[in-house]
Design a protein around this ligand. Structure first.
Ligand SMILES: CC(C)(COP(=O)(O)OP(=O)(O)OC[C@H]1O[C@@H](n2cnc3c(N)ncnc32)[C@H](O)[C@@H]1OP(=O)(O)O)[C@@H](O)C(=O)NCCC(=O)NCCS
Length: 156
C-alpha cells in the first residue's frame, strides 16, 4: 500500500470510491468529480487529504479540513473535521489506520487542538473505526454521533 497527498488526477478514482461506498450502504451522497475537487482536492479550508493506492488502483482517501464559522455540525473553530472513505473491497485491511497516521501528523503540524468526526448513528463500521483511532463521543442527536480526539498540548 502506498499513501500520498491527493491531487487533481485523483478525482475520478476518489469519485469511484464514493460510488462503491454508496452501492454498499445505500446512502446517497454527493460523489461526482466536481464535488470531489471542490470539497477535497482544492478546498481552501483543507489541511490534508491523502489517498491510499495498491497495484489495482485506489483503495480510499481521508480528508482533514479546518472547522470554519457556520460549519454544518457546529464544530468549534480551531478544530479539524475528518472524513474517511475506503473502497469496500479494501475494508478491514488497515487502510483507514494507515491514512489516519498521516492525518494525525498533519493535524499536529497544523496546530489543531482537536479533531471532530461526525458519523451517522446508523453507521456501526464508522463508529467502531473512529473509536479504534482513539475518538470518543462528545455530542449526539438528529441521527449523528460526533466523536472527538484531543491532540496532546505539548504537540501544539
Ligand atoms: C469505516 C472505515 C473508514 C474503516 O476503514 P478500514 O480501512 O476498514 O479500517 P481499518 O482496517 O484500518 O480498521 C481499524 C480498526 O477499526 C475498527 N473497525 C473498522 N471497521 C470495522 C467494522 N466494520 N466493524 C468493527 N470494527 C471495525 C476495528 O477496530 C479495526 O481494527 P481491527 O481490524 O484490527 O479489529 C471504512 O469501513 C469505510 O470507509 N466505510 C464507509 C464510509 C464510512 O463509514 N466512513 C466513516 C464514517 S463517515
Amino acid at each position: 500500500m502506498h499513501i500520498r497527498p491527493a491531487d487533481d488526477r485523483d478525482a475520478p478514482g476518489m469519485s469511484g470510491v464514493l460510488l462503491d461506498i454508496i452501492a454498499l450502504t445505500g446512502r446517497m451522497r454527493p460523489h461526482d468529480e466536481a464535488f470531489v475537487r471542490s470539497h477535497y482536492i482544492t478546498n481552501p479550508d483543507s489541511i490534508w487529504c491523502s489517498i491510499a493506492l495498491d497495484d489495482d488502483g485506489m483503495l480510499g482517501f481521508q480528508s482533514l479540513v479546518r472547522a470554519t464559522p457556520g460549519n454544518r455540525y457546529g464544530v468549534p473553530q480551531g478544530w479539524g473535521i475528518i472524513g474517511t472513505h475506503i473502497r469496500p473491497r479494501a475494508h478491514r485491511r488497515g487502510v483507514g489506520t494507515a491514512l489516519f497516521a498521516a492525518s494525525h501528523h498533519a493535524a499536529v503540524q497544523a496546530g489543531l487542538s482537536s479533531i471532530d468526526a461526525s458519523i451517522g448513528a446508523d453507521n456501526p463500521m464508522g463508529l467502531r473505526y473512529y473509536e479504534a483511532m482513539g475518538f470518543r463521543t462528545y455530542r449526539e442527536g438528529d441521527g449523528i454521533v460526533q466523536k472527538m480526539l484531543t491532540l496532546p498540548a505539548q504537540a501544539r
